[in-house]
Design a protein around this ligand. Structure first.
Ligand code: NAD
Length: 456
């Protein structure tokens, strides 16, 4: 099939590459010339395991095109994926300007029947807005306004495991309109995704609004599990209980399960924070208050600072003269994504209190520099107290404590002897509970995790 993907970010690029890998011909459009130049030069503008190889292979087969040419992009694909960003607006609702601009581009340039697929995460009712925008553009061109259909096909991939998630998804959700064009569009989507359903049927067909809501409900549920565990972990700290034992105790109940039950320094990234807040806004817009969802957000905001609170408990509010080593900056492992990463909150807070920071991340240091420079624009002089280190042990050298901010695999089994020698004091604040506390204590460290007071 001939496909166009509008937006070559995490979702668009993975979608385009994986659909090309299935034998489709894919035109990837982006307005960002720099991104397109990198891709055409054989590079990949984001870090995502396995993606580079797929892109290289499909470029060589001539199945992938990267371009900024809007009219060529719209002319190309029978199916037009919209995979542009939907960042939060000032009030927390989803900013639809990029999605609607992409719809406008399609309406301005389309010349035959098109299936328009919303892959971006969008509020319920957006497919109707996209339909209106395209119809208006067609009307402006004196063309029949029913020569297209809008599908909702939300994406559930996880950064860091995006290729695996796209190629072997838990489910594919297709929301289509109940009219002749909608039936035709649904059939084209069925054909497009047929290779992903060979082993067993993974596609759920539904109406457009249900598909749109499914994405928000899924992310809100996952965020709820995280905030729930963080709240119980903080309670475990007060009670002298161990959250890991509790996690295993409750996860063994098949109604609960083990996934997404880890306490830590809060969720971040480009999806959970904005989607949870957008869901609350959607409800508010319709006169409903989502009390649980608001509490999930509140707990998360508190949790992002939990390590700073623990540090203040130990060293006091004034951290002048103290040096902290941070291992991990990305919001989760296997990505360089720094959007809403809890490390940003911790770094700003520690710098404001006069601390020095030595930071290391296996892949996110470039993105981290950009993000933190932005966060600290009102007090740039404090950036002198922040340094980045390619080697994790260099970062630890002379620090008063080590903070684990991201659970990268490479942090799990360091040489504790060398680490202890590098640190000025053998103290670990484990914001992701990656270590066995007893083992760390036996090696002569002082250990503080999240909800692990049973070990002190
Ligand atoms: P991103 O910011 O990484 O990429 C968006 C891209 O779209 C950018 O490269 C931008 O230049 C481009 N763009 C914007 N307007 C354009 C236009 N009119 N024409 C062509 N290109 C345009 O965003 P992302 O992380 O890929 O997310 C995209 C959507 O997918 C969002 O709605 C997000 O919530 C959703 N989503 C993201 C993830 C994830 O893990 N990142 C997972 C599931 C769903």
């Amino acid at each position: 099939m001939k496909i166009t993907v509008i937006g070559t970010g995490y979702v668009g690029l993975v979608t385009g590459a994986c659909l090309a890998e299935q034998g489709n011909h894919v035109f990837c459009l982006d307005l960002n010339q720099e991104k397109i130049d990198i891709l055409n030069a054989g590079g990949v503008p984001i870090y995502e395991p396995g993606l580079k190889e797929i892109i290289e292979r499909n470029l060589a087969y001539g199945r992938l095109i990267f371009s900024t040419d809007v009219s060529a992009a719209v002319a190309y694909g029978d199916i037009q994926f919209i995979a542009v960003g939907t960042p939060p607006s000032e009030d927390g609702s989803a900013d639809l300007s990029y999605v609607l601009e992409a719809a406008r581009q399609i309406g301005r340039h389309m010349n035959r029947f098109k299936v328009v697929v919303n892959k971006s995460t969008v509020p319920v009712g957006t497919a109707d807005k996209v339909t209106e925008v395209i119809a208006q553009e067609l009307l402006n061109r004196s063309l029949p306004s029913e020569n297209f259909s809008v599908i909702s096909n939300p994406e559930f991939l996880k950064e860091g495991a995006a290729i695996e998630d796209f190629m072997r998804p838990d489910r594919i959700v297709i929301g289509s309109q109940a009219n002749a064009a909608g039936f035709a569009a649904k059939e084209m989507m069925r054909q497009l995704y047929a290779p992903f359903n060979r082993h067993h049927e993974r596609t759920y067909y539904m109406d457009v609004r249900s598909a749109e809501l499914t994405k928000y409900a899924a992310n809100a549920m996952l965020a709820t599990r995280i905030s729930f565990m963080n709240e119980i972990a903080n309670l475990a700290d007060v009670l002298g209980a161990d959250i890991e034992s509790v996690r295993q105790g409750i996860g063994s109940d098949t109604r609960i399960g083990y996934s997404f039950l880890y306490a830590g320094t809060g969720y971040g990234g480009s999806c959970f924070p904005k989607d949870v807040s957008a869901l609350a806004k959607i409800a508010e817009h319709h006169g409903q208050e989502l009390k649980l969802i608001k509490a999930v957000e509140e707990v998360n905001e508190y949790q992002k600072n939990i390590l700073v609170k623990k540090i203040i408990n130990r060293y006091g509010k004034d951290l002048a003269g103290k040096t902290f080593c941070l291992w991990g900056l990305a919001f989760k492992p296997n990505t360089d994504d720094m959007r809403e990463a809890p490390s940003r909150v911790v770094i700003r807070n520690l710098l404001m209190r006069g601390a020095q920071i030595k930071a290391h991340d296996p892949v996110a240091m470039h993105e981290a520099r950009l993000a933190i420079n932005g966060d600290m624009s009102d007090c740039t002089e404090l950036l002198e107290d922040l340094s980045f280190h390619e080697d994790p042990l260099d970062a630890a050298q002379g620090a008063d404590a080590l903070l684990i901010m991201t659970e990268w695999k490479s942090f799990r089994s360091p040489d504790f002897h060398t680490l202890k020698q590098a640190l000025a004091a053998p103290v670990i604040f484990d914001g992701r509970n990656i270590y066995d506390p007893q083992l760390i204590i036996d090696q002569g460290f002082e250990y503080e995790g999240i909800g692990r007071k049973a070990f002190q």
